[in-house]
Design a protein around this ligand. Structure first.
Ligand code: SF4
Ligand code: SF4
Length: 219
């Protein structure tokens, strides 16, 4: 189309010819899009897809839950103290994941959770996008408070090596049959209401930070 003015004709003709040239070039060029779903779509190695736990390397510490920016919508945790034994449940709802990678970057063991290359996550059943993992909890043998997961304490003992001998709670968690109370003994003591103050006899027990602090002040 041309407009019959001295400057207008020039302005409109050349852009149109350029577009025509581009269209013809594209028709005879290889395609830029993939053939998915006819062929699998290969994503780059660094692609941030579905987060996946590696349960051999996850210790249930909950650091990933704390750094997840979705406010509990994607990663959440709850300590079930009624369960026998008490457990920590960490739940991933990957339908709410924003694939930021914070969980992977801040994982305590650096290998507990990774963003995989899995990107085709569409489903008709939202339940399929939820997974829960349970970790046995270690309770304070004096007051019954949560110390952490057993896996976490064992991981700390292994990480510290000989330095773990400075902290009986960590050492005992690894050598679980060393001077260990019978199950329920600590909680019975607390429930009886006549709980004695923390003393030297509690030195070789697995204690929460509060009881440990009290013990250190008294000794
Ligand atoms: S990638 Fe981001 S949003 Fe998704 S689970 Fe990890 S921290 Fe949460
Ligand atoms: S931070 Fe790592 S080790 Fe801790 S619960 Fe999350 S994935 Fe597991």
């Amino acid at each position: 189309m041309e407009i019959l003015t001295n400057t207008g004709v020039k302005k409109l003709r050349w852009p149109k010819l350029r577009e025509l040239k581009e269209a013809v070039t594209v028709v005879f060029s290889p395609r830029f899009t993939t053939r998915f779903p006819a062929e699998p779509c290969v994503v780059p190695e660094s692609y941030r897809g579905k987060p996946e736990f590696d349960l051999d390397n996850c210790i249930g510490c909950g650091a990933c839950v704390n750094v997840c920016p979705t406010g509990g919508a994607c990663l959440s945790q709850v300590d079930d103290l009624e369960a026998e034994p008490p457990v920590r449940k960490i739940t991933l709802h990957y339908s709410a994941c924003i694939f930021c990678g914070n969980c992977q970057d801040n994982c305590t063991t650096e290998k507990g959770i990774k963003l995989s290359n899995e990107w085709d996550l569409a489903t008709f059943d939202k339940e399929e996008t939820t997974e829960t993992h349970e970790f046995e909890l270690q309770m304070c043998e004096k007051c019954g408070a949560v110390v952490g997961t057993k896996k976490h304490l064992v991981w700390l003992a292994e990480k510290l090596g000989p330095l773990a001998y400075t902290n009986p709670s960590i050492l005992l968690a690894k050598s679980s049959d060393l001077l260990k109370l019978e199950p329920g003994e600590a909680t019975q003591e607390s429930a009886a209401g006549g709980e004695e103050a923390v003393g030297a006899k509690d030195f070789m027990r697995i204690l929460c930070p509060k009881c440990k602090c009290e013990l250190n002040i008294r000794l």
